[in-house]
Write a new protein. Sequence first.
Length: 443
Amino acid sequence: TTTTTTMSRAAVVLAVLTAVAALAAARDCAGDVLLYSDADVANAADCETVEGTLDINIGATLPLLRSVGKDLTVAPCGAGQADLPALTTVGRNVYLNLSPIFKVVLLPALRSVKRNFKLELGNVRGMDDVTVDIGALQFVGKQLEVICSLGAKTSWPFPLFLGSLSSVSQILLQKIGDVSFPVLTSVPSLEASYCGDITCNSLTTVGQLSLSSTGNLRFPLLESAEQIWVLYSAVVMHTLEFPSLVDVCCSTCYFQFRGSNVTSLSVPKLQCVGSLIISEADALRSFYAPALEVVSLQNPGSSSESNAGPEDWANLEILDCMELSSVNLNSLQSVDGTLSLVNTSMVNLASFNSVTHVWGIRIQLNSLLKSFAGLDSLVNVEVNFHVFENPVLSDISLLNQQLRVGGNATFDDDPALCCSAIAKFAYHVQGTIFTDGTCDSSC
């Protein structure tokens, strides 16, 4: 034991002396450092700083390097790996372009990239054992981009876990595996396509959130967003929920969902949204937004930030959702734009029983819709009331007597609807009623 202890102490002393000697030999390397040969790597081995750009084209280990003043580029032509164990800061951009024979980049101490960080993973073939260590990364001044040039999630398993990232302006992810940002609380833009599961357990605020063909989505604390766009997300997920989302309300805000394999869409705390569009959701059976009060261009009490009219924004649209039969919008009071129900399986309009005001209405191709039951709180339609091609719609009498339609009303190709009922509807319309005559004249 005594001998072992003595030897251990000697080893520690030797290691300390070696480290001190290395630090004493470390130097600042002026200008750009270009590594194209083993001799270049040997000449740069004692660099502690690189004032300009560091361009790595072959396998290289730089044990003392702590900072790069401008760009760090790893775009190798041959085989090898890049190991920069002490590098903490890069003054401008990082660009890593891996290949099947150069697929290991170790940056375990990297904390700050002042501008952009781009990791391009190239072809999926031969890249299964790729290793990129950027786990300490905390700050990216502009954009973080991680993309695979070819392949989709099923053939590309590369996961991205950035457990320290707390500040970045834009995130762009494409054709990679599961993604997690556990400590990130806000980001102006997050875009992911053809990725695995996306998990942001601390994210509370996002500007633009764009998710296309991903796996499960987990945003448990997200409260506020400007634009949410989910396209055919959830290859395996049946329920899409934003449990804490309250506000998507501004002059250009919207929440848009279009997706298959999702049977339930839930935003239980959402109170205000600029536009809400659910379309081509062929498996969706329920939509749950019990706290939503307004579809509006702006937050209540604030001034409008845009000249866009309600014909462009502030719409509530449910389009081509043939399985959708359960809709909870029990608190909804007004829609500053158009309320559109097109090609759904609703049997009545009870989901909108609190709505008093809309800019316009479009009800079309609803194969099971029998009546307007549920619209009895509606008293103001600012412009037009359009009803088209609803094959079993027969009762439009269950309306508030105070309802006024400021523009025109159109009834076309509603064969079960009494022609006389259309004539009586004129009581509500300040403009003109248009019809193609396809209605039931027998009643």
